[in-house]
Design a protein around this ligand. Structure first.
Ligand code: NAP
Length: 297
């Protein structure tokens, strides 16, 4: 095997440690604790797992968190009222609504109800706009996790051709915006590829840094990767497997093949996934600091 594995779990561990230390320092200075409110609507099993992971991660770094589990048939009005209550509650500096929401609820309206200074997922149009003009308040967790992984692995995107597969509002688009910024951690030449591309490999073979975020198991094969490229695999896909769970997780990249071509690669699991939660913790800490600054000014 040729590629160096980028250990997202270890890097996320470093970030959690840094967050825990800062939380403690701020607590000693102010007597206050950062807080995150998570709203979970319905009983989607995957959402349940994600929410539990987030709650546990908060606990481990000293962030106070609450999960409000709401029934699947909650009305939009009732849900908006709960968000408003957390907007007004000074104990919670970050608010997160776990997606997806049931189909009778207008997700856009719900995300827009979160006060931008508490929008730790960075989904509010105000925060998306600030990101787009290069003045982000928050950075969305998964894309920020990708940038941080590169930085902490000593891989500079400056002047490199980054090809991103996928243009979702959660990963592809905000990642393109982050990497375009004229900053030492970014400043890349960015191409975003989506399902209208006739020949995806034509683009991927030009990438110095290839990011796959399409949700297609092992779509990126070894022969689609430029020799010595850095490969970041955001995809998380369940494929049937002969084990207790009946499935295993694979990324959007055929890992073994890619390892023979790439210089660096993130595994699935253990790559981008752990970074997403670590960056959420970082954003909650940032929301807390914004709250303190506001109170002190
Ligand atoms: P999404 O909303 O479904 O978007 C997928 C994107 O990929 C779309 O832009 C789509 O193009 C594009 N696409 C799909 N098939 C394609 C193909 N054959 N060729 C070129 N482009 C194609 O997905 P998402 O929410 O961004 O998530 C992507 C993957 O990342 C999923 O596996 C998800 O589970 C994973 N994910 C992981 C994390 C993490 O923390 N590790 C966080 C978020 C997401 P169109 O726009 O043209 O339809």
């Amino acid at each position: 095997m040729k590629a160096t594995i980028i250990d997202g779990k270890a890097i996320a561990g470093e970030i959690r440690q840094e967050v825990a230390e800062e939380v403690q320092q701020l607590q000693q200075r102010t007597g206050k604790t950062p807080g995150l409110a998570v709203l979970l609507v319905g009983d989607d099993p995957a959402s349940n797992v994600y929410v539990r992971q987030k709650g546990k991660a908060c606990q481990n770094v000293g962030i106070h968190s609450i999960t409000e589990h709401l029934p699947a048939d909650i009305s939009q009005e009732q849900l908006l009222k709960r968000i408003e209550a957390f907007n007004e509650n000074d104990r919670y500096h970050g608010i997160l609504v776990q997606l997806p929401l049931p189909s009778h609820i207008d997700t856009r309206k719900v995300l827009e109800a979160i006060r931008p200074e508490k929008d730790v997922d960075c989904f509010h149009p105000f925060n998306v706009g600030r990101l787009t003009i290069g003045e982000p308040l928050f950075q969305p967790a998964t894309p920020a996790g990708v940038v941080e992984l590169l930085q902490r692995s000593g891989i500079s995107p400056v002047g490199k051709h980054v090809v991103i597969l996928g243009r979702s509002n959660i990963v592809g688009k905000p990642l393109a915006n982050l990497l375009l910024q004229k900053s030492p951690q970014a400043n890349a030449i960015v191409t975003v590829v989506h399902s209208a591309a006739d020949d995806v490999a034509y683009f991927t073979r030009q990438a110095d840094i290839l990011v796959a975020a399409i949700g297609r198991p092992e779509f990126v094969r070894g022969n689609m990767i430029k020799p010595d490229a850095v490969v970041i695999d955001v995809g998380v896909n369940r494929v049937p497997a002969d084990n207790e769970k009946g499935y295993r997780l694979v990324g959007d990249v055929a890992f073994d093949e890619a390892c023979e071509v790439a210089s660096h690669i993130t595994p699935v699991p253990g790559g981008v996934g752990p970074m997403t939660i670590a960056m959420l913790l970082k954003n909650t800490l940032l929301a807390f600091k914004l709250h303190l600054e506001h109170g002190e000014s």
